[in-house]
Design a protein around this ligand. Sequence first.
Ligand code: 6CS
Ligand code: FE
Length: 305
Amino acid sequence: MKQSAIRANEFTDDPYPSRNGIPPAIIERKDPVVYGANSTASPLTQTQLEQYREQGFLVLENLFRDNEIAALQQEMVKLRTDPQLHNAEETITEAGNGEVRTIFRVHALSGVFSKLSADERLTGIARYLLDDQVYIHQSRLNYKPGFRGKEFYWHSDFETWHVEDGMPRMRALSMLITLTENYACNGSLMLIPQSHHQYVVCDGETPENHFKASLKKQEIGTPEDKFLEQLVNRGGIITATAKPGSVILFDCNLIHGSNSNITPHPRSNVFFVYNAISNAVTEPFCNRPPRPEYICTRRNIRPID
Ligand code: 6CS
Ligand code: FE
């Protein structure tokens, strides 16, 4: 039997196989988008729930007051200039120019971002949509500095979190809180509406220590051009522009990306990934060891109370 065929059989109970020798394809989602029972009080309007279910994302403006945003911006600068953090494993720099690209695990490293990650204005929505207690699977500050902030190629976060972290099902979502102006021109988040209804099986296989390359530039676990074209033809592309203090929330499987930033305006956002407690990560669905704790919470899984 061909080596790749043997690999494919190793995870026969894998509902969302990818990068394991089976041909790239688009398969149907096997999980709900909105888990929340209609009976309990929803923090979102019916229209917002429908938009999230159908399109896969929501933009909520003005969720935070000016003084709260100022404190977050101050903390963002403090973390980026903290000499202790500059060589920490949580800090990822841009390929080629050494600018800070991302700081991971800010919900644990910073009291300010820890408090924000547990803010009821965020967790209340996550608990409702996922209909469960939630924990932070991953948090990160994406700086995307002016002039030299590099792109994030098209991808589904869930494809990576399933294959490399062992996240079983699509019962997680990302909340991006904007810390600077997210303009159409400075590398803001681009989303393919409705792409979360399908799962794109990716080619190739997961390299050893893949995260060391993928967090700077992801090339494995990205959809093939023909599948991107198909999804864009159906749902189009939305650039999520928003003022500081807004929240962009999107389903774990919604395909997104962002362009490089060659403008003087930094596009900095903080991300919290809320995963349902019942969907806690297991063993990776690839033949690699689990990714480190700063990228994927595994040892400290506890519900945000
Ligand atoms: O590998 C990951 O978990 C990260 N990669 C991307 C491009 N988005 C999600 C996450 O930050
Ligand atoms: Fe992503």
